[in-house]
Design a protein around this ligand. Sequence first.
Ligand code: PHE
Length: 339
Amino acid sequence: EALKGQISNLKAENEEALEALRIKYLSKKGEISELFSEFRSVPPEQKREFGQKLNELKTLATDKINTLRDSFKAKEKEAHKIDITRPAMPDEIGTRHPISLVRKEIIDIFSRLGFTLSEGPEVEDDWHVFSALNFAADHPARDMQDTFFINQDPDDVKRNIILRSHTSSVQVRTMERQQPPIRIICPGRVYRNEAITARAHCFFHQIEGLYIDKHVTFADLKQVLLYFAQELFGKDTKIRLRPSYFPFTEPSAEMDVSCMLCGGKGCGFCKHTGWVEILGCGMVDPNVLKASGIDPDVYSGYAFGLGIERITNLKYMVKDLRMFSENDVRFLDEFEAAH
Ligand code: PHE
C-alpha cells in the first residue's frame, strides 16, 4: 500500500529522471520485480490476493510512467511546432544566361521576318559539316587545328565523325529534307579546337540563317541584315559589307555595324575605325544547292552566320569570353537588370 501511494505521486523533471524511476520500479531488479520474487514464499491461500495486488501495482507504475513520458513528448512537440504563419525564406530565383537572352532576342528578330527554327546534332559526319558545303578535301578548316574528331579515318576524310564546327550542317540537313522555299535559322553550340583565352574558346554558340527561293538576290540579303542590325543595336545603326571568302557562298562578305559605343565616329572600342565586325554571309554557292538536291538553275539563296558570344560581348561590353561558361553568379546576376 505504501508503494502504491508513492507511485501515484511520482514526478519527474526530465526524461533522464523518468528513466531512473522506471529502473527503480519496473526493471528486472526494481522494487516491483522484487515483490514478484517474494510471491513464491506467500502461503497458498493468500497467493490470489497478493498476485492481484502485485499486478495492480505493476499496471499502476507502468501507466504512471507512460503518462509522464507522454507529457514530455507533448512538450517537445510544442517546442518544435512549425509556425505556418511566419513569412517564408525568399527563394532565390535564377536569371537567364546572357547567351540565352541574346539568342532569344536574335531568334525573335528573324521570326518576325518569317524565319523558322531548325536544329540538328552536335556530333556530325564530314558530309554535313564540310563536303556538302563545298569544302575541298584539303581545306585547312578540316585540319586537326580546328576540328575535334570523334572518329578520324586515316584514308578518307569523308568518313570522319566530328564535332560540328558551325551550324551550317543543319542547313544542309534541311536542304536534304525539303525543297524551297526554305527560310530557317539554326541556333546551336559549335566546337573548334582552339586554346581557351579571353578571346577564343573551344566551344561557342552560333545562329546561322538560310533563305532559298526563286529569284533571291544579294539585295534581299542586305535588306534583311540591315533590319536585323537596327533591331538589335538601334535604329541609327549602319551596316557595311566587305568582300570575303567562304567555300559555301559566292559572292561572300563580312558585315560590320557602326560602333555601338561611338556611333561610328571612332573610339577605343572600335579601334578608331567606327566599325565592328559581326557576321559572315553570302549567296549560296550553286555547288552547295546541287549537293543537297536543289536545282541551282531554278533556285538561289543567301546564308549568313554569327556567333552569339560575339554579339553578347558587343551588347553588354563583356571583355572575357570565359565568363560565359564559368557559372559565376555575380556575373550572371548582372543580366537580370538588363531584361
Ligand atoms: N559558317 C560560317 C562560320 O562558321 C559563317 C557563315 C555562314 C558565313 C553562312 C557565310 C554564310 O564561320
